[in-house]
Design a protein around this ligand. Structure first.
Ligand code: DAT
Ligand code: MG
Length: 167
C-alpha cells in the first residue's frame, strides 16, 4: 500500500553538507519524492513537531536543535517520500534514534553524534508511523506543495492578507 513519510534533513545535516549523501542513500528506497522545500523553523513549529516529547528533560535543547540554534543554520529541508511501505523503508536506512546505537552503515550511524550536552544530533527525521506521518505532513506542508493528493482537502476563500510577491 502506498504511504507517505515526512523526512527532515536537520540543521546539523545541512551544516555538515550532507544533503546530497542523505538523498543518495534515500534513493535506494526507490520511493518517489512528492514534495521538497527549505523551511525556517519557528519555535512554535519545532515545539509542535516534537509535542509528544514535551515532558522529556531534553525537550528544550531538542527544540533549539531543530530550530538551528546549535548550528548557525536556521533552516531544515523538508521532503515527503511516497510509495509502498515508505515509512519502514526510510526508517531502515535512517537507523535508530540514538546515533551511537544505530547500525553504523545507516544514515544516523554514519553521520550522527551525541553532543557533550546529551543532544542526539542524528541529522535526519523520519515519521515513525502512518498517523504520525499525516500529522507531521499537515504541520509542515500545505496541500499545494505536494504533487499527489495524500489526504482530503477542502477549498476555502481566505480574507486578503499581506503577502510578499516578486517586485
Ligand atoms: P525518532 O527521531 O527516531 O523518531 P523520537 O521520535 O523518539 O525518535 O525522538 C525524537 C528526537 O528526540 C530524536 O530524533 C532525538 C531526540 N531524542 C530522543 N530520545 C532522546 C534522548 N534519550 N536523549 C536525547 N535526545 C533524544
Ligand atoms: Mg519520532
Amino acid at each position: 500500500m502506498s504511504q507517505a513519510a515526512l523526512i527532515l534533513i536537520k540543521p546539523d545535516g545541512l551544516k555538515k553538507s550532507l544533503t546530497g549523501n542523505i538523498l543518495t542513500r534515500l534513493s535506494e528506497t526507490k520511493l518517489e519524492i512528492v514534495a521538497a522545500k527549505m523551511v525556517r523553523v519557528s519555535e512554535a513549529l519545532a515545539k509542535e513537531h516534537y509535542v509528544h516529547l514535551q515532558d522529556k528533560p531534553f525537550f528544550d535543547e531538542l527544540v533549539k536543535y531543530l530550530q538551528g540554534e546549535l548550528h548557525d543554520r536556521k533552516k531544515v529541508m523538508a521532503l515527503v517520500y511516497w510509495g509502498n511501505d515508505a515509512i519502514k523503508k526510510c526508517r531502515e536506512l535512517v537507523g535508530s534514534t540514538n546515533p551511537e546505537e544505530a547500525d553504523p552503515t545507516s544514515i544516523r550511524g554514519s553521520y550522527g553524534r551525541i553532543t557533550t550536552h546529551g543532544v542526539y544530533e542524528n541529522v535526519i527525521h523520519v515519521s515513525s508511523d502512518a498517523l504520525e506521518a499525516e500529522r507531521e505532513i499537515k504541520l509542515w506542508l500545505d496541500p499545494e506543495e505536494i504533487i499527489v493528493d495524500l489526504y482530503p482537502t477542502k477549498e476555502m476563500v481566505t480574507k486578503e492578507h499581506k503577502k510578499k510577491v516578486w517586485a
